[in-house]
Write a protein of this length. Structure first.
Lengths: 113, 110
């Protein structure tokens, strides 16, 4: 079956702009989580959505937001981009909840200039 | 954020060697996951562990869920060049969030 698909793979934006990233989970998976990965901070949890509801949120400013649609596809939005937002953004999907394996997409490489 | 202490941070290994890395935490986890990430790609799930004391293998990889539920280790036997990459441990608690270790960078000397 198809894996987790993230689009676009690469993105270059300028400071102050906003960006929307998309994640299509594995078919049947209802949970989608988003992570920011940078060399200095590693993998940092942004938020998790389950059945269109945000279930968990990490310690990121309100400029980072997300949503999930009825088909479990999820989008992440970052407004008023800053240089420090340059990172690999990863989404992971899992079937249900506890004790389930999370599968990652290839990520979206965002560069803010 | 990251609550897991993963070690070593990096390692150079000789092809054919067995290697080991581990993760420890002050918190109890219900699930331990081990991932491998190649440059520019997303992490790929290698092994999932669900019970304290569980020992699971996937080819040359073996991982164990510590009895205290606060630690896990991953062994790679007979390493080969394609084992190069960054290995991450991840622990999942009752609130479903995954906490990640900082990663172990593995470089293989041919």
């Amino acid at each position: 079956k198809a894996g987790v698909t993230q689009t676009p793979r690469y993105l270059i934006k300028t400071r102050g702009q906003q960006v929307t990233l998309s994640c299509s989970p594995i078919s049947g998976h209802r949970s989608v989580s988003w992570y920011q990965q940078t060399p200095g901070q590693g993998l940092q949890f942004l938020f998790e959505y389950f059945s269109e509801t945000q279930r968990n949120k990490g310690n990121f400013p309100g400029r980072f937001s997300g949503r999930q649609f009825s088909n479990s596809r999820s989008e992440m939005n970052v407004s008023t981009l800053e240089l420090g937002d340059s990172a690999l953004y990863l989404c992971a999907s899992s079937w249900l909840s506890m004790n389930t394996e999370a599968f990652f997409g290839q990520g979206t490489r965002l560069t803010v200039v | 954020g990251q609550q897991l202490n993963q070690s070593p941070q990096s390692m150079f290994i000789q092809e054919g060697e067995d290697v080991s890395m581990n993760c420890t935490s002050s918190s109890i986890f219900n699930t331990w996951l081990w991932y491998k990430q190649d440059p520019g790609e997303g992490p790929v799930l290698l092994i999932a562990l669900y019970k304290a004391g569980e020992l699971t293998s996937n080819g040359r990889l073996t991982a164990q869920f510590g009895i205290t539920r606060k630690d896990s280790f991953l062994n790679i036997s007979a390493s080969i060049p394609s084992d190069v990459g960054i290995y991450f441990c991840a622990g999942q608690r009752n609130d479903y969030k995954l906490s990640f270790g900082a990663g172990t960078t593995v470089t293989v000397r041919a």
